[in-house]
Design a protein around this ligand. Structure first.
Ligand code: SF4
Ligand code: SF4
Length: 176
């Protein structure tokens, strides 16, 4: 194929990623987000990450690089953001003192602000909002506790829980 034709075909097939140069500043103005700038892409975070060990797609180094490059939409809509278990191993091992786990937390918060949250987290938030527990405990489970001589589960103060969820903008997402 002549070179021009090949370039034309390529430009039709590959949509350029949208770059938002101000995105890294958005991240860096949040607490610990400023450490994003010192990442020099050594990969120690990924090689230390227990989640990355069991996932073929989760790579904290790549998430941070995309944030540095301003790939806002790609980062915020990435499921990878939600796979971090906040164990902080990456943060402990980063030679550049990047607060990796905290930067990921900042990115998740920005995703929430932009209304991007995986359905499962909305369901868990809805459970917490209504019952104070991440899972709705079935009546049968409560009965079994009584039969086993266990005390009933403590009741949550759902009014206060709802207020907290409202304050963190979670209420808005639940109403969608
Ligand atoms: S360990 Fe630190 S410097 Fe290395 S890639 Fe991860 S965040 Fe960047
Ligand atoms: S805090 Fe998140 S990114 Fe860091 S090692 Fe733990 S699971 Fe991996």
């Amino acid at each position: 194929m002549p070179e021009e034709k090949a370039a034309e075909t390529q430009s039709k097939n590959v949509a350029p990623a949208r770059v938002d140069p101000s995105f890294k500043h958005e991240v860096m103005k949040e607490h610990d987000g400023e450490t994003l700038k010192t990442c020099f892409q050594c990969g120690t975070c990924t090689s230390s990450c227990p989640t990355a060990r069991f996932s073929s797609s989760y790579r904290p180094r790549i998430v941070l690089r995309m944030a540095q490059l301003g790939l806002k939409n790609k980062v915020l809509s990435s499921n990878a953001l939600w796979l971090c278990t906040a164990c902080f191993t990456c943060t402990d091992r980063c030679p550049q003192n990047v607060e990796v786990a905290s930067v990921l937390r900042v990115l998740r918060n920005l995703a929430v602000k932009n209304g991007i949250v995986p359905q499962i987290f909305l369901e868990l938030t809805s459970n917490i909002n209504d019952t104070g527990y991440a899972y709705r405990i079935p009546d049968l489970r409560q009965k079994k506790r009584v039969e086993a001589g266990l005390p009933p589960l403590p009741k949550a103060n759902c009014v206060d829980v709802s207020k907290l969820i409202e304050l963190t903008k979670g209420g808005k997402l639940l109403k969608k």
